[in-house]
Design a protein around this ligand. Structure first.
Ligand SMILES: [Ca+2]
Length: 174
């Protein structure tokens, strides 16, 4: 069954991952992984089951319901199948972010906090979004939940972010 790490723990892990991945070049074989010291939790990503670099997540159709693994797919229909299986097992607050306005381009179902969206290739690229639950989240224009905040909630569908287009650099779920 799917099991989720408590959010406060995830935040610590994300920050740790960020520091590690920014500070140390990783060997080619470990390029798709960023390890958090001491926790045993490794944020990683795959595309159609094959490991990919985390920064490439933003190019595909992905979800993080199996955190700390981000699953990506070449085709959105495969993403939706995988997402349905995960969501059937638990209730999750999540937001879908899209590369282009009006829900076009690459997209990702995000249920976790990301202090640096650049880590998964999503910084300064989000142009539209959909909130799937009554809860929501807060996007920020800078790393580590700073800069200008942009709160979303309540099944909002935002086809165009206006002046916030391509500005979000971190996000946490509320
Ligand atoms: Ca964009």
């Amino acid at each position: 069954m799917w099991r989720f790490v408590p959010k406060h723990a995830i935040s610590v892990v994300v920050v740790a991952l960020t520091l590690v991945s920014l500070g140390l070049p990783t060997p080619a074989g470990a390029a798709s992984q960023a390890k958090a010291g001491g926790t045993g939790t490794t944020l990683r990503a795959d595309l159609d089951g094959v490991p990919i670099k985390l920064v490439d997540v933003g190019h595909w159709y992905c979800h993080d319901f199996d955190y700390p693994v981000i699953h990506c797919f070449s085709h959105p229909e495969d993403l939706e199948k995988s997402s349905s299986l995960a969501l059937a097992a638990t209730s999750v607050t999540y937001v879908t972010v899209y590369e282009f306005t009006f829900y076009q381009g690459a997209y990702m179902h995000i249920s976790q906090d990301y202090s640096i969206l650049a880590l998964i290739g999503w910084s300064d690229r989000i142009s539209s979004l959909v909130v799937h639950t009554s809860a929501g989240g807060v996007f920020w224009t800078d790393w580590l939940y700073s800069g200008t905040r942009y709160s979303v909630c309540c099944l909002q569908q935002i086809g165009s972010l206006g002046s916030f287009n391509d500005t979000f650099s971190s996000v946490f779920q509320s």
